[in-house]
Design a protein around this ligand. Sequence first.
Ligand code: ADP
Ligand code: MG
Length: 700
Amino acid sequence: MQQYLQQDIQFLPGVGPKRADMLRQELKIQNFEDLLTYYPYRYVDRSRFYKISEVTSDMPQIQIRGQIAGYASIGKGRGKRLTADFTDGSGHIQLIWFRGAKWIPENYPIGKELVVFGKPTVYQRKLNVVHPELEDPAKKHTVSSNLQAVYSTTEKLKDHYLNSKAISKLMANLIKGLPSKFEETLPAWLLQKLNLVNLESAMRQIHFPDTAAQYKRAELRLKFEELFYIQLNILQGKTDRNKRFRGNVFETVGETFNTFYKDHLPFELTGAQKKVMKEIRRDMGSGRQMNRLLQGDVGSGKTLVALMSMLIAIDNGFQTCIMAPTEILAQQHFKSLGKFLEGMDVQVKLLTGSTKKADREPIHSGLLDGLLQILIGTHALIEDVVQFKNLGLVVIDEQHRFGVAQRARLWKKANVLPHVLVMTATPIPRTLAMTLYGDLDVSVIDELPPGRKPIITRHSYDSKRLMVFGFLKKQLAAGRQAYIVYPLIKESETLDFKDLEDGYESISRAFPPPDYQVSVVHGKMKPEEKEISMRHFVAGRTHIMVATTVIEVGVDVPNVSVMIIESAERFGLSQLHQLRGRVGRGADQSYCILMSGYKISEEGRKRLETMVRTNDGFEIAEVDLKLRGPGNIEGTQQSGIPFNLKIAHLGKDGQILQLARDTAENIVAEDPKLHLEKNFIFAKHVKKGNPNRIDWGSIS
Ligand code: ADP
Ligand code: MG
């Protein structure tokens, strides 16, 4: 069985070396098993025929029966194509081919009864199907079932006649050759308990379903298995680590914390902040290393929670550091923590890439002799020259900007692993957090400080720009400030830069000096220039800040009440939400205006609608997950954690994931090492649940 599946794909009947190369390159299919687990992304019902008069362009792939009434060859050069007028008596539809002009009319003569299968579209107000599949109804399709699996392919594969149908044929060959007994990957007791079908049936039915009900059951079994092994892997690793990694015990809440809480805290903590502080204190006092993810929407007051946690570390004689993803943000933390701690005897320093050599020396020595208590900085903190005397707590802000490896280098800076608090303002849906950060504990600040007015968000077309500027003028006249943000997409940095420059020019024209002052910040400026520009804006000397997304993270200017996002359809949802979080920080009503042209993709439109509808970061994250799938969620790509679910979908399979999680929890609770005989199969396959998974705690 195992041997059969491990064979090189080129030895499958119907493949050979050339096609094997294509499959490898385009779909990463190397062996039989890779193909077997290349699951269809949907099914079409081939028992159903539509009348042409019923067909509309929003239908998926459909099937019609009729005849070709005539062929025509039109266009020149690359636009050259063959068309056929296809009719079934109820109407006409055009078939189009961009190649195969010679053999198609030969094989499918005029007047012959044919079945056409394909996706209807509209071009120049005419219904058509491009590159349809044509079949002789007398021969009927090769597949026995009426539900036909559809596999995603690429243009290149299609050019080499490896379309969905061809893959289906290969799949049939593979399954035909399977040895009689499939090796089960879940124990019988569990299949029975959860009423899941066995692996063999699942594999056959997922590719060649007899009925819709059968493939549903097959799908459930395979999705469950995939998610279950990930959860089992995570939970087993977690229990392991809890045993292995002892943590510093912060038993006291001492003078520093209490002084701050009583005399320096300028406001009452929100209920959510209090709850999270309790969770953190419990972790840090438990004797085990804390690994906690703190989620909270922009402006929910995470920084304060971080600060209070750091004060507890100091009270217990430890040093602590906070790492931010950008220089601007690190500086802002330095400033705001400095303000919170004014008049208290706590040693705080800032270390970033632009810290001068002469200033680094005292920082390094202060860290080594233990006098420096809080270090704030950027990536500069993970350089090897930065050594602490006794680092007890590491806070990482806006976690998604840091890779796992970078975090791990911070870990190393202490004998006993420091406690780790990872803060993120990109809310991660529960389902995703369970999988991505399953080995972290999660705290959520789900409440904003009181008195905040919800930001009003509107979508406006470019053609209404004058109205938007008129509105902006009123806000500026009332003493407010504004951000105008342009997209920055790596692939075309020069183009984007041009967008920004043009924008800056037209804004300067619409808001001319001396009444208005406009600042600009973008990625091509030197850090000092950026800094100066930001400083002018923060001080209120300029009214409008034209910027690329460099302001996305963390910048806090409470007087800004308007955020205008240009080409908003080009931004991802989480980015839009982050940007919007830059306003609404003061007492005034704030606004976010999403500008776009009329031409927006369906997905783009959904994103804008979602932004207009809600301010709730978790709701937005859920929509994002559904729209894009977890592989594209901001943060997961850079996180270094492999993410290649083959069949489960984290946005849609939340319930199955929960079942998988609960099941795995029960098993690990009863048998943490999977030594019981009934769990042998798990022990054998648990590595499957992410073979490349990185163990954050033990990395070195
Ligand atoms: P986050 O980092 O979660 O985006 P911040 O920590 O920057 O949010 O907090 C946003 C603002 O709210 C800051 O100006 C902070 O001082 C303020 N703030 C934090 N907690 C409270 C609270 N409990 N009550 C009132 N204001 C608060
Ligand atoms: Mg913050």
